[in-house]
Design a protein around this ligand. Structure first.
Ligand code: AMP
Length: 505
């Protein structure tokens, strides 16, 4: 089924329901939202674009985003959402790789100026061509799409090498969306999905279930993540749900604390996409209360591998509470999760190996990349490249990506454990641990530390924070104080860049 049917049906049943908000301002109801999507679809069809074609959106979050996104699906085409923060050349590479026929772009001129743009037609969003498309007589109903038709070509963030295009089918999107109701949160019509993280990524995926339920969609006026703006929008609009990377949660919590706010109006913050440290989520709970759900996923199984429920996160009386907070929860309803050894054999609870997942949310494969497909998809299982273990209760704990594991003196050291320990030191704000090649040990543990403002934690005290919680051999041999950590556009720490910095020493 074409996911755009959810929009068409909601618009027929509840045309007057408020749908799209720019900041606190109501811009369009569901009738208007569907009309815009239908017009974009009709205009695409008039250009001969339909099933099997790819149409991209290259721009930051905006009020135009969802009508364009649905317009592309409504036409039966595949949408290629490209992170609006990418350089025009990086975006042009994705457009070329995906064979995109037409792109909606905020800065169409920058794209046109790149060498790689080839045959792709560029339409400037907000420009006259876009306006003419919106004036087209809308197509009445979304084009039918088969369950296995690609709906979203999801380019991975590519912290190493070129991004890969994960083909997400209609069924993948529907399975992931329905799992939200089963495993993350219920959604009511008076809820509001707030897009503070890029809609080209996981945050955008959560739009579907909010459309299905006829809820509101809020794009902050800043177009991005501004903690003060979010707290104020939540107070004004109420029942806000949002996805936030752990680094965003930390900034929101700091802002709420400084304002004396308890996050009134925020219903749910879904966090994931990178490690949430136990000290940080405890702090977040103490300031904002039980508003949190964690998810673990990747573009290849979008947002839908495991979830740590609101109840698990809030239940501080449970004897396993801390271990659960350090975990990524239990498998989503639709996900089978296994831990595999290097030969692909299933490991028992407690043993660490590669996390594999199977289910209706797992991508059909990477576009035109047989080598990556052979490495990643095996007998229907997606090999995530993440290391982890399951406990007897089915809780999954991540142990960093395989390539981030530090092997020092023959012992495996998971950076996450060291990072968790260092974060218990009150003067440490952020930390990232990597391995540095060493002739004697193979690798040594190096910690990059961002101190709390005005603080300079002493190495001896950092050592003490580690040895209070973890084995001595895991303690960093070197601390590097930095003003901030390098992060990609989704807020993930770029360990490759930290490694390169050490290489430059
Ligand atoms: P992406 O495909 O860009 O969303 O990146 C997915 C990767 O982010 C996963 O393979 C994990 O390494 C990491 N990740 C996602 N969710 C979590 C989480 N809840 N905790 C820790 N790491 C996560």
């Amino acid at each position: 089924m074409n996911p755009a049917e959810w929009l068409a049906r909601t618009a027929r049943a509840h045309p007057d329901r408020p749908a799209l908000f720019l900041g606190a301002r109501h811009v369009t109801d569901y009738a208007g939202f569907a009309r815009q999507a239908g017009s974009i679809a009709a205009a695409l069809a008039a250009r001969g674009i339909g099933a099997g074609d790819r149409v991209a959106i290259f721009q930051p979050n905006s009020i135009d985003y969802l009508p364009l996104f649905y317009g592309i699906l409504w036409a039966g085409a595949t949408c290629v959402p490209v992170n609006g923060k990418l350089h025009a050349r990086e975006a042009a590479w994705i457009l070329g790789h995906s064979g995109t026929r037409l792109v909606f772009a905020k800065d169409a001129d920058a794209l046109r100026a790149t060498e790689d743009i080839g045959q792709t037609v560029c339409i400037e969003t907000g420009g006259p061509d876009h306006a003419a498309m919106l004036d087209t007589q809308p197509s009445d109903w979304p084009e039918p799409m088969a369950g296995d038709a690609p709906a979203w070509l999801f380019y991975t963030s590519g912290t190493t090498g070129r991004p890969k295009g994960a083909m997400l089918t209609c069924d993948n999107l529907l399975a992931a969306s329905l799992s939200y109701l089963a495993d993350v949160d219920d959604v009511a019509p008076d809820d509001a999905a707030l897009y503070a993280a890029p809609m080209s990524h996981g945050a955008g995926l959560y739009n579907f279930i909010h459309v299905q339920r006829g809820a509101r969609h809020v794009v902050p006026e800043s177009g991005g993540f501004d903690p003060a703006e979010i707290l104020s929008l939540a107070r004004e609009l109420g029942n806000i749900s949002m996805f936030a990377a752990p680094t965003m949660v930390k900034r929101l919590v700091d802002r709420a604390r400084s304002e004396g706010s308890d996050g009134a109006g925020i219903k749910t913050i879904v966090y994931g996409g990178g490690p949430m440290y136990v000290a940080d989520i405890k702090d977040a709970l103490s300031v904002l209360g039980p508003k949190f759900v964690q998810i673990y996923g990747q573009g290849e199984a979008p947002m839908t591998i495991s979830a740590l429920s609101r109840a698990d996160i809030a239940d501080h009386t449970h004897p396993d509470w801390e271990a659960r907070l350090a975990s990524v929860g239990r498998a989503h309803s639709v996900a089978e999760v296994r831990i595999l050894d290097a030969e692909g054999r299933i490991l028992p609870p407690g043993d660490v190996g590669e996390i594999a997942v199977r289910g209706p949310q797992v991508m059909a494969g990477y576009l035109d990349n047989p080598e990556a497909n052979a490495k990643t998809l095996r007998d229907g299982w997606l090999l995530t490249g993440d290391l982890g273990h399951l406990d007897h209760g089915g809780y999954l704990t991540l142990h960093d990506r395989a390539k981030d594991l530090v092997i020092s003196g023959g012992s495996n050291i998971y950076p996450r454990e060291v990072e968790e320990a260092l974060l218990t030191h009150p003067e440490v704000s952020e930390v990232s641990v990597i391995g540095q090649p060493d002739p004697e040990w193979g690798e040594i543990v190096v910690a990059f530390i961002v101190a709390e403002p005005g603080c300079t934690p002493a190495p001896a005290d950092l050592d003490a924070a580690c040895t209070a919680l973890i084995a001595r051999f895991k303690k960093p041999k070197r601390y590097v104080m930095v003003p901030d950590l390098p992060k990609n556009n989704y807020g993930k720490v770029l360990k490759t860049e930290l490694r390169a910095r050490l290489g430059d020493d």
